[in-house]
Design a protein around this ligand. Structure first.
Ligand SMILES: [Zn+2]
Length: 326
Protein backbone atom coordinates (compact mmCIF):
# COMPACT_ATOMS: atom_id res chain seq x y z
CA UNK A 1 0.00 0.00 0.00
CA UNK A 2 1.33 3.47 -0.86
CA UNK A 3 0.78 6.24 1.73
CA UNK A 4 -1.71 8.96 0.85
CA UNK A 5 0.96 11.66 1.40
CA UNK A 6 2.70 10.21 -1.66
CA UNK A 7 -0.41 10.72 -3.77
CA UNK A 8 -0.97 14.22 -2.49
CA UNK A 9 2.65 15.12 -3.34
CA UNK A 10 2.19 13.61 -6.80
CA UNK A 11 -0.99 15.60 -7.34
CA UNK A 12 0.89 18.80 -6.49
CA UNK A 13 3.67 17.85 -8.91
CA UNK A 14 1.11 17.16 -11.61
CA UNK A 15 -0.55 20.57 -11.33
CA UNK A 16 2.78 22.38 -11.11
CA UNK A 17 3.94 20.48 -14.17
CA UNK A 18 0.86 21.46 -16.17
CA UNK A 19 1.41 25.17 -15.45
CA UNK A 20 5.09 25.03 -16.34
CA UNK A 21 4.44 23.08 -19.52
CA UNK A 22 1.97 25.70 -20.70
CA UNK A 23 4.47 28.47 -19.96
CA UNK A 24 7.51 26.85 -21.58
CA UNK A 25 5.92 25.45 -24.72
CA UNK A 26 4.80 28.86 -25.97
CA UNK A 27 8.37 30.03 -26.70
CA UNK A 28 10.00 26.95 -28.20
CA UNK A 29 10.93 26.08 -31.80
CA UNK A 30 13.75 24.00 -33.36
CA UNK A 31 16.99 25.95 -33.75
CA UNK A 32 18.40 23.44 -36.24
CA UNK A 33 17.85 19.89 -37.58
CA UNK A 34 18.01 17.22 -36.37
CA UNK A 35 16.87 18.66 -33.05
CA UNK A 36 16.97 16.58 -29.90
CA UNK A 37 14.13 14.80 -28.09
CA UNK A 38 14.52 12.86 -24.83
CA UNK A 39 11.86 10.34 -23.82
CA UNK A 40 11.43 8.25 -20.67
CA UNK A 41 10.25 4.68 -21.43
CA UNK A 42 10.82 2.74 -24.68
CA UNK A 43 7.14 2.68 -25.65
CA UNK A 44 7.08 6.49 -25.68
CA UNK A 45 10.42 6.61 -27.46
CA UNK A 46 9.13 4.35 -30.23
CA UNK A 47 6.05 6.39 -31.07
CA UNK A 48 7.95 9.69 -30.89
CA UNK A 49 10.62 8.29 -33.25
CA UNK A 50 7.95 7.17 -35.71
CA UNK A 51 6.21 10.55 -35.68
CA UNK A 52 9.37 12.72 -35.69
CA UNK A 53 10.84 10.88 -38.70
CA UNK A 54 14.40 12.05 -39.44
CA UNK A 55 13.83 15.55 -38.10
CA UNK A 56 14.94 14.76 -34.55
CA UNK A 57 17.33 12.47 -32.68
CA UNK A 58 15.09 10.64 -30.22
CA UNK A 59 16.73 9.02 -27.17
CA UNK A 60 15.14 6.98 -24.38
CA UNK A 61 16.28 7.20 -20.77
CA UNK A 62 15.02 3.73 -19.83
CA UNK A 63 16.07 0.68 -21.86
CA UNK A 64 14.90 -2.95 -22.04
CA UNK A 65 14.05 -4.54 -18.68
CA UNK A 66 13.94 -1.28 -16.70
CA UNK A 67 11.01 -0.79 -14.30
CA UNK A 68 9.66 2.79 -14.70
CA UNK A 69 7.79 2.74 -11.37
CA UNK A 70 11.10 2.47 -9.52
CA UNK A 71 13.48 4.29 -11.86
CA UNK A 72 15.28 7.32 -10.40
CA UNK A 73 16.88 9.63 -12.98
CA UNK A 74 20.69 9.74 -12.87
CA UNK A 75 22.75 12.92 -13.12
CA UNK A 76 23.40 12.08 -16.80
CA UNK A 77 19.65 11.71 -17.46
CA UNK A 78 18.98 15.12 -15.97
CA UNK A 79 21.80 16.67 -18.01
CA UNK A 80 20.45 15.05 -21.20
CA UNK A 81 16.96 16.40 -20.51
CA UNK A 82 18.35 19.87 -19.86
CA UNK A 83 20.25 19.77 -23.20
CA UNK A 84 17.25 18.43 -25.17
CA UNK A 85 14.83 20.58 -27.18
CA UNK A 86 11.70 18.60 -26.22
CA UNK A 87 10.94 15.93 -23.60
CA UNK A 88 8.12 13.36 -23.80
CA UNK A 89 7.07 11.10 -20.93
CA UNK A 90 4.19 8.67 -20.52
CA UNK A 91 2.43 10.27 -17.54
CA UNK A 92 -0.40 9.21 -15.20
CA UNK A 93 2.33 8.75 -12.56
CA UNK A 94 4.04 5.89 -14.40
CA UNK A 95 7.40 7.59 -13.92
CA UNK A 96 6.68 8.09 -10.22
CA UNK A 97 10.23 8.93 -9.19
CA UNK A 98 10.85 11.39 -12.05
CA UNK A 99 8.09 13.86 -11.21
CA UNK A 100 10.29 16.51 -9.55
CA UNK A 101 12.90 16.28 -12.33
CA UNK A 102 10.22 16.72 -15.00
CA UNK A 103 8.87 19.77 -13.15
CA UNK A 104 12.38 21.32 -13.07
CA UNK A 105 13.09 20.60 -16.74
CA UNK A 106 9.68 21.96 -17.79
CA UNK A 107 10.66 25.42 -16.50
CA UNK A 108 12.77 25.94 -19.61
CA UNK A 109 11.47 23.72 -22.38
CA UNK A 110 8.42 21.86 -23.68
CA UNK A 111 7.74 18.70 -21.65
CA UNK A 112 4.70 16.64 -22.64
CA UNK A 113 2.86 13.58 -21.36
CA UNK A 114 1.81 11.45 -24.35
CA UNK A 115 -1.30 10.35 -22.42
CA UNK A 116 -2.62 13.93 -22.26
CA UNK A 117 -5.36 13.45 -24.89
CA UNK A 118 -6.85 10.28 -23.42
CA UNK A 119 -10.42 10.84 -22.28
CA UNK A 120 -10.80 10.55 -18.50
CA UNK A 121 -13.79 8.28 -19.02
CA UNK A 122 -11.53 5.77 -20.74
CA UNK A 123 -9.14 5.53 -17.79
CA UNK A 124 -9.40 2.75 -15.22
CA UNK A 125 -9.13 3.67 -11.55
CA UNK A 126 -8.13 0.58 -9.61
CA UNK A 127 -9.20 0.60 -5.94
CA UNK A 128 -5.67 0.21 -4.53
CA UNK A 129 -4.14 3.15 -6.40
CA UNK A 130 -5.43 6.01 -4.25
CA UNK A 131 -8.02 7.34 -6.71
CA UNK A 132 -5.42 7.66 -9.48
CA UNK A 133 -5.68 6.34 -13.01
CA UNK A 134 -3.94 3.15 -14.06
CA UNK A 135 -0.96 4.37 -16.15
CA UNK A 136 -0.47 1.23 -18.33
CA UNK A 137 -2.51 2.55 -21.29
CA UNK A 138 -0.10 1.29 -24.01
CA UNK A 139 -1.52 -2.17 -23.34
CA UNK A 140 -4.57 -1.13 -25.38
CA UNK A 141 -3.37 -0.32 -28.92
CA UNK A 142 -6.50 1.82 -29.47
CA UNK A 143 -5.49 4.03 -26.52
CA UNK A 144 -1.86 4.16 -27.62
CA UNK A 145 -3.06 5.41 -31.02
CA UNK A 146 -4.52 8.41 -29.13
CA UNK A 147 -1.07 8.99 -27.61
CA UNK A 148 0.48 8.88 -31.08
CA UNK A 149 -1.99 11.59 -32.08
CA UNK A 150 -0.93 13.69 -29.08
CA UNK A 151 2.73 13.40 -30.12
CA UNK A 152 1.80 14.47 -33.68
CA UNK A 153 -0.09 17.49 -32.39
CA UNK A 154 2.69 18.60 -30.00
CA UNK A 155 5.46 18.23 -32.59
CA UNK A 156 3.33 20.13 -35.14
CA UNK A 157 3.06 22.99 -32.60
CA UNK A 158 6.77 22.89 -31.76
CA UNK A 159 7.91 22.81 -35.39
CA UNK A 160 5.09 24.34 -37.51
CA UNK A 161 7.20 24.23 -40.70
CA UNK A 162 6.91 20.42 -40.64
CA UNK A 163 3.44 20.14 -39.11
CA UNK A 164 1.91 18.31 -42.08
CA UNK A 165 4.62 15.62 -42.02
CA UNK A 166 4.22 14.98 -38.26
CA UNK A 167 0.45 14.75 -38.52
CA UNK A 168 0.63 12.39 -41.53
CA UNK A 169 3.19 10.14 -39.78
CA UNK A 170 1.02 10.07 -36.65
CA UNK A 171 -2.04 9.06 -38.68
CA UNK A 172 -0.12 6.29 -40.47
CA UNK A 173 1.26 4.89 -37.20
CA UNK A 174 -2.12 5.11 -35.45
CA UNK A 175 -3.55 2.98 -38.30
CA UNK A 176 -0.94 0.30 -37.52
CA UNK A 177 -2.08 0.34 -33.88
CA UNK A 178 -5.62 -0.25 -35.18
CA UNK A 179 -4.51 -3.30 -37.21
CA UNK A 180 -2.77 -4.73 -34.16
CA UNK A 181 -5.89 -4.19 -32.08
CA UNK A 182 -7.95 -6.13 -34.63
CA UNK A 183 -5.38 -8.98 -34.62
CA UNK A 184 -5.49 -9.14 -30.81
CA UNK A 185 -9.27 -9.34 -30.77
CA UNK A 186 -9.25 -12.08 -33.38
CA UNK A 187 -6.65 -14.41 -31.85
CA UNK A 188 -7.59 -13.91 -28.19
CA UNK A 189 -11.22 -14.74 -29.04
CA UNK A 190 -9.96 -18.25 -29.91
CA UNK A 191 -8.93 -18.87 -26.26
CA UNK A 192 -11.59 -21.12 -24.64
CA UNK A 193 -13.89 -18.94 -22.53
CA UNK A 194 -13.02 -20.63 -19.21
CA UNK A 195 -9.29 -20.05 -19.85
CA UNK A 196 -9.47 -16.31 -20.47
CA UNK A 197 -7.52 -15.39 -17.34
CA UNK A 198 -4.20 -13.55 -17.46
CA UNK A 199 -2.18 -13.75 -14.24
CA UNK A 200 1.18 -11.94 -14.15
CA UNK A 201 3.70 -10.28 -11.82
CA UNK A 202 1.97 -6.89 -11.39
CA UNK A 203 -1.24 -5.14 -12.47
CA UNK A 204 0.02 -3.90 -15.85
CA UNK A 205 -2.56 -5.65 -18.01
CA UNK A 206 -5.92 -4.13 -17.01
CA UNK A 207 -6.30 -2.21 -20.30
CA UNK A 208 -5.06 -5.25 -22.23
CA UNK A 209 -7.72 -7.38 -20.53
CA UNK A 210 -10.47 -4.87 -21.25
CA UNK A 211 -9.43 -4.48 -24.89
CA UNK A 212 -9.27 -8.21 -25.55
CA UNK A 213 -11.81 -9.76 -23.17
CA UNK A 214 -9.54 -11.38 -20.55
CA UNK A 215 -9.86 -11.38 -16.77
CA UNK A 216 -6.61 -9.95 -15.41
CA UNK A 217 -4.92 -10.51 -12.05
CA UNK A 218 -1.49 -9.34 -10.86
CA UNK A 219 0.46 -10.58 -7.86
CA UNK A 220 1.66 -7.04 -7.09
CA UNK A 221 -0.54 -3.95 -7.48
CA UNK A 222 -0.46 -1.21 -10.11
CA UNK A 223 2.96 -0.01 -8.99
CA UNK A 224 5.78 -2.45 -8.26
CA UNK A 225 6.67 -0.24 -5.27
CA UNK A 226 4.38 -2.13 -2.93
CA UNK A 227 5.50 -5.68 -2.07
CA UNK A 228 3.07 -8.54 -2.61
CA UNK A 229 1.91 -10.05 0.67
CA UNK A 230 1.70 -13.75 1.43
CA UNK A 231 -2.06 -13.32 1.66
CA UNK A 232 -2.25 -12.15 -1.97
CA UNK A 233 -0.16 -15.11 -3.11
CA UNK A 234 -2.35 -17.55 -1.15
CA UNK A 235 -5.58 -16.11 -2.52
CA UNK A 236 -4.23 -16.37 -6.09
CA UNK A 237 -3.19 -19.98 -5.44
CA UNK A 238 -6.79 -20.68 -4.29
CA UNK A 239 -8.14 -19.03 -7.44
CA UNK A 240 -5.78 -20.94 -9.76
CA UNK A 241 -6.63 -24.29 -8.14
CA UNK A 242 -10.40 -23.60 -8.11
CA UNK A 243 -10.48 -22.37 -11.72
CA UNK A 244 -8.00 -24.86 -13.13
CA UNK A 245 -5.76 -22.11 -14.57
CA UNK A 246 -3.00 -23.73 -16.65
CA UNK A 247 -0.47 -20.93 -17.15
CA UNK A 248 0.76 -17.72 -15.54
CA UNK A 249 3.21 -15.17 -16.92
CA UNK A 250 6.43 -13.47 -15.82
CA UNK A 251 7.30 -9.92 -16.93
CA UNK A 252 10.60 -8.75 -18.41
CA UNK A 253 10.89 -5.71 -16.11
CA UNK A 254 9.84 -7.38 -12.81
CA UNK A 255 11.56 -10.09 -10.74
CA UNK A 256 10.00 -13.54 -11.36
CA UNK A 257 10.09 -14.50 -7.65
CA UNK A 258 6.36 -13.93 -6.97
CA UNK A 259 5.29 -15.92 -10.02
CA UNK A 260 7.65 -18.72 -8.98
CA UNK A 261 6.03 -18.65 -5.53
CA UNK A 262 2.62 -19.07 -7.20
CA UNK A 263 3.82 -22.07 -9.20
CA UNK A 264 5.27 -23.61 -6.02
CA UNK A 265 2.05 -22.97 -4.10
CA UNK A 266 -0.14 -24.57 -6.76
CA UNK A 267 2.18 -27.58 -7.07
CA UNK A 268 2.06 -28.11 -3.28
CA UNK A 269 -1.71 -28.49 -3.73
CA UNK A 270 -1.17 -31.31 -6.20
CA UNK A 271 -1.98 -29.32 -9.37
CA UNK A 272 0.23 -28.41 -12.26
CA UNK A 273 0.89 -24.80 -13.26
CA UNK A 274 3.39 -23.68 -15.83
CA UNK A 275 4.96 -20.34 -16.65
CA UNK A 276 3.43 -19.45 -20.03
CA UNK A 277 6.36 -17.20 -20.96
CA UNK A 278 7.72 -13.71 -20.43
CA UNK A 279 5.53 -10.73 -21.26
CA UNK A 280 6.71 -7.20 -21.97
CA UNK A 281 4.77 -5.04 -19.54
CA UNK A 282 6.51 -1.77 -18.66
CA UNK A 283 9.54 -2.08 -20.96
CA UNK A 284 10.03 -3.29 -24.53
CA UNK A 285 12.36 -6.06 -25.70
CA UNK A 286 16.03 -5.61 -26.63
CA UNK A 287 16.92 -2.75 -28.97
CA UNK A 288 17.24 -3.85 -32.59
CA UNK A 289 14.73 -6.72 -32.28
CA UNK A 290 11.06 -6.68 -33.39
CA UNK A 291 10.08 -7.06 -29.72
CA UNK A 292 12.10 -3.91 -29.07
CA UNK A 293 9.40 -1.88 -30.86
CA UNK A 294 5.96 -1.02 -29.53
CA UNK A 295 4.15 -2.96 -32.28
CA UNK A 296 6.45 -5.96 -31.75
CA UNK A 297 6.08 -5.89 -27.97
CA UNK A 298 2.29 -5.99 -28.16
CA UNK A 299 2.30 -8.57 -30.97
CA UNK A 300 4.51 -10.73 -28.71
CA UNK A 301 2.17 -10.33 -25.71
CA UNK A 302 -0.99 -11.03 -27.71
CA UNK A 303 0.46 -14.02 -29.53
CA UNK A 304 2.12 -15.56 -26.47
CA UNK A 305 -0.97 -15.22 -24.25
CA UNK A 306 -3.28 -16.61 -26.94
CA UNK A 307 -1.07 -19.67 -27.49
CA UNK A 308 -0.28 -20.32 -23.80
CA UNK A 309 -3.97 -20.21 -22.83
CA UNK A 310 -5.01 -22.70 -25.50
CA UNK A 311 -6.01 -20.34 -28.32
CA UNK A 312 -4.78 -20.21 -31.90
CA UNK A 313 -2.26 -17.67 -33.14
CA UNK A 314 0.59 -17.90 -35.65
CA UNK A 315 3.87 -18.58 -33.81
CA UNK A 316 5.55 -15.65 -35.52
CA UNK A 317 2.71 -13.28 -34.63
CA UNK A 318 0.68 -10.96 -36.84
CA UNK A 319 3.59 -10.00 -39.06
CA UNK A 320 5.54 -13.28 -38.75
CA UNK A 321 8.43 -11.37 -37.14
CA UNK A 322 8.41 -12.67 -33.57
CA UNK A 323 11.65 -14.16 -32.32
CA UNK A 324 10.19 -17.60 -31.43
CA UNK A 325 8.62 -17.94 -34.87
CA UNK A 326 11.85 -17.41 -36.82
ZN1 LIG B 1 3.66 -1.16 -14.25
Amino acid sequence: MIPSAFFSACRQFASALLLLITAASAHAAPKSYPYSIITTVGMVNDIVKNVAGGKANVTAIMGAGVDPHLYKPTRDDVAAMIRADVVFYSGLMLEGKMADTLVKVARNKPVFAVTELIDEKFLLEPPDFGGHADPHVWMDPGAWAKCVEAVGKRLAEFDPANAAAYLADATAYAAKCGELHAYGKKVLATVPETSRVLISSHDAFNYFGRAFGLKVMGVQGISTESEAGLQRINSLVDFIVANDVKAVFVESSVSPKNIEALVGGVKSRGKDLRIGGELFSDAMGAAGTFEGTYLGMLDHNITLVARALGGEAPKGGREGKLHDGR
